[in-house]
Design a protein around this ligand. Sequence first.
Ligand code: 8X3
Length: 254
Amino acid sequence: MTATGTPIAVVTGASSGIGAATARQLAAAGYRVVLTARRKDRIEALAAEINESGHQATAYALDVTDRAAVDAFASAFRTIGVLVNNAGGALGADPVATGDPADWRQMYETNVIGTLNVTQALLPALDASGDGTVVVLSSTAGHGTYEGGAGYVAAKNGARVIAETLRLEIVGRPVRVIEIAPGMVKTEEFATTRFRGDNEKAAKVYAGVAEPLTADDVAETITWAVTRPPHVNIDLLVVRPRAQASNTKVHREL
Ligand code: 8X3
C-alpha cells in the first residue's frame, strides 16, 4: 500500500493494445497504475489521460529485457499490489525449417526473460503488500502449437511455465499467480509487428473473422481475475473469440 492506501498496479507493455486497456481498467478499478513500456511518449500520454479522468497513473520508461533498468525501477517501490506482465509479442510466422533464429531469440528475451526480470525484481514488494498478484499474459500459443508459430509458441510456453512454477514455489506466501491466455485478439500492433509492418499479411490474420477479441475484452478478464477476493486464485483463464475453436480452427466468412 502507498502512503495514501491506494494499491499500486504495475503494467508492462502499457503503451498500446492489451497493456494500455488493462492500465485504463485497473485505474478505474481503484489502483494507482504504473505504466511501463519503452515508448515514453505513449505511456506519458496515457498516464495524462488516466489522470484527467480522475484516476491515478504514472509513466516509467522501461525495457523489460534490461535487468539493470528493471532493478532500478523496482527499487522505487516498497509494496506493490499487482504486477501485470504484458510486454511481449510475436516476430515472424515462418516454418521451423526457415525461421530466423534472431526472431526466436528476441521473442524469448521479451516474453520469457522480460517476464522473469520484472517478476523477480518486484516479488519482494508484492510479498510486502501482504496481498500481491502476479499476472502473466501468456497466449493460447502457450497451450498448443500451429504451423508457422513455433518460435512464438516456444516463447509463450516459457511464459506459461514461469506462472505454473512460480505458483508452486511461493505457495504459502501472500502472492497469487494468474495466467491469462488469450487467443485471437485484434489490436493495433500485434499482427503488424509480427509481420514487420506488412499490413496485408497482418490483415490476413483476422480476415473474415466477424469479431476477434478486442484489447478491452482481455483487459476485462484480467481486471476480473485481479479483483477476486485474495483467497481466490484464477490459475488460468483461456479466452478466445467465439469464431476461434482452436489455434487451427477459425470460422471465417470470406
Ligand atoms: C496470440 C495468439 O494465435 O496469434 O497470442 O498465436 S496467436
